[in-house]
Structure formats: C-alpha cells, structure tokens
Design a binder for this molecule. Sequence first.
Ligand code: 8IG
Length: 268
Amino acid sequence: MNDFDDPTATAHEAAGELRRRLGIDGIDVGLVLGSGWATAAEGLGEPIAECPLAELPGFSAPVVAGHGGQARAVRTPAGRIALILTGRTHFYEGRGVAPVVHGVRTVAAAGATRLVLTNGCGGLNPAWTPGTPVLISDHINLTAVSPLRGATFVDLTDAYSHALRTLARGVDPGLDEGVYVQFPGPHYETPAEVRMARTIGGDLVGMSTALETIAAREAGLEVLGISLVTNAAAGLAGEPLSHAEVVAAGQAAVGRLRTLLAGLLEVL
Ligand code: 8IG
C-alpha cells in the first residue's frame, strides 16, 4: 500500500505521531516557511518541542538548500499552539502532488483551524524590491494538476481569507497584496512567460502555495498566504535570476518578517 492511496489516513497517522513526538494534544495554527523565511521564524514563540519531518509518516527529507525540514511546536503569546514546518515538498520534486500537500493535510489532521503559508517568489510589480513581503489575495494555478481527487468541488472564492489578510494588515499596515501564479518549475520563467503571467492577472510568480491552498481549503483551513518577493521576475531586472539573491533577500528582510510573524502569532 502506497502512503498516498488514502492521503487523509496518512495525514492522520502523521498527526498522531506528531502529537506523541512533540508531547502535545493538538495544534491551533500551522505555519509553513518558504524560501527566505527561516531566520525570521527563529525564536518565535515559546518553544515546546520539535522533530524532523522526515521521521513522520508520509514525509521525506528536504531537497533545497535553505529549506529546513523540522516540525516545531511553539506556544504563542495568546496561549495557542502553533506548528512551524520549516520546509515543504515541491511539485518539481516529481513525486506527484500528494506529497506536496501532505504537510497541509497533517496540520489539519492535528487540529489546526488556521494556516499561514509563506514562500519566496518573483515579483512583477517594480515597486516590490527584493525583500518585500506581499499578501496573497488569490492565485492562478498553472501546474495543470489538482491535489484533489474525485468529485471534490471545493469552493475557492475566498481561498486566501479576507479576514486573515485584514488581521495581517493590522500587524503590518504597509503590506500590499497580489495574485500568486504557481508555475510547475523547477526552472524559472522565461521573460515571455512572465509577460503572460502579468497579462492574465498575476503579480507574483512561484512554485508552491497554490496547490497547498487548494488542499487546505478542502480540509477546511482558513489560509493566510504571504509571499516574500526575493527577486524581480525574469526579464524585469535585466539580470539573470540566482538562488543566491533569494537567500540575500531573506536576510535583508529578516527584521520586518520577524516582526510580522511575531505579530501574527499574537492575533492568530
Ligand atoms: I524564490 O522568480 C523564487 N521562486 N516561479 N519564479 C518562480 N519561482 C520563484 C521565483 C521566480 N523566485
């Protein structure tokens, strides 16, 4: 039997193992850290316990430099339990879509009602210099797949919760918002694809989040999506894209991101 023949069952197994390993009864909120976010989340909340994700059913070891792979439970100032996933599985790893959304399903199975998805991405708005966090208002899924199977006609009208975006702007009033376009990757876009993304209504280009949000909505989670613009999308800056600039943008933004995440943990 494959881990993902019954993805919900595997998520419940992972959640059970997580509770045992971390010594918690459940969680209230999940937080997935994308490229550039790890340092900002260090020391967030009051530590409870952590374990490597790869030791939980259905998870595997992370592949990208700068992506950790821990499940870390912390107590928030409001007394709630947040589970921070310091890494994610990407669609471009080629293992299919079920492993990509297993973290989200595990967060839901562990009892969370809210999920914060962060990522690093390319920005289409020149005002968003590298290191600018942007709230995701909606997405366009260009992966040509869905994490859902069968007649699961999940509504995505308010996929990125309006209420949670308002809470986030209460923490950081300077946050802009934009439409996230998920490409399959792992290559970055061509300049022509970036122009297409803009034409169809995109503001941000990335390789995660949209598929995770779809699974999160199926599982009933309220989603807050935050992109860190780590680079101008291809063709906009007149320079090639590199993973090094992604890491540098995260470092430049660490103060603002840390304040944002800490403020969110107070209100979520
Ligand atoms: I970080 O410019 C990061 N991830 N698709 N395009 C896509 N993904 C990204 C980008 C980018 N930057």
